[in-house]
Design a binder for this molecule. Structure first.
Ligand code: HEC
Length: 147
């Protein structure tokens, strides 16, 4: 009798282990599954007056948050780019990047593509990045595009 009870307990424990499995580890920033969804809700903010920051800092932030789509060198060829239509912008294209003002870059990074009439596949970063970090990114974009 005792053995049978023990067996039942062992069996139950074995069956339950699947359901009790630890949840998958969360990534530091929860990249949304649905394009266009902001990871963290945020309100659009007024555009700061000075939009230039530290390009070296921007490079680090870019590698962390932008390179997966825009590519490590900014050419729009990141690992996630293949499945995207439209394709992520080529940030080394001087003619195109030169046509975008700093205010436009701030708006599109802060509020996402939808904030400037572009594709929502360009996700909003205002809930993740500070104004200083967005300024750093703008300076980095100016550096790699030579604009
Ligand atoms: C999930 C993929 C993805 C990530 C991550 C991403 N982008 Fe984009 N981005 C896009 C796509 C797609 C477009 C093209 C939108 C269009 O042409 O309608 C784009 C366009 C842009 C543009 C051009 C906007 C314009 O007016 O043409 C800028 C600037 C930009 N992204 C900056 C960034 C920065 C900076 C980051 C990191 C903070 C970033 N993106 C992260 C997908 C992404």
């Amino acid at each position: 009798m005792r053995l049978a009870a023990l067996a039942a307990v062992v069996l139950l424990a074995a069956c339950g282990s699947g359901e009790d499995a630890a949840p998958p580890e969360r990534r530091p920033v929860d990249i949304p599954d649905q394009p266009g969804e902001s990871p963290i809700p945020h309100e659009p903010k007024p555009i700061p007056a000075d939009l230039r920051g530290d390009a070296d800092e921007g490079a680090v932030i870019y590698g962390q948050f932008c390179a997966m789509c825009h590519g490590p060198g900014g050419k729009g060829d990141g690992p996630a780019a293949a499945g995207l239509n439209p394709k992520p912008a080529d940030h080394t294209d001087a003619a195109y990047m030169g046509s975008l003002s700093d205010e436009h870059l701030y708006k599109v990074i802060q509020g996402g593509g939808a904030a400037v009439g572009k594709s929502p596949l360009m996700t909003p970063w205002g809930g993740v990045l500070t104004d200083d970090q967005i300024r750093d990114l703008i300076s980095f974009l100016r550096r790699i595009s030579g604009t």
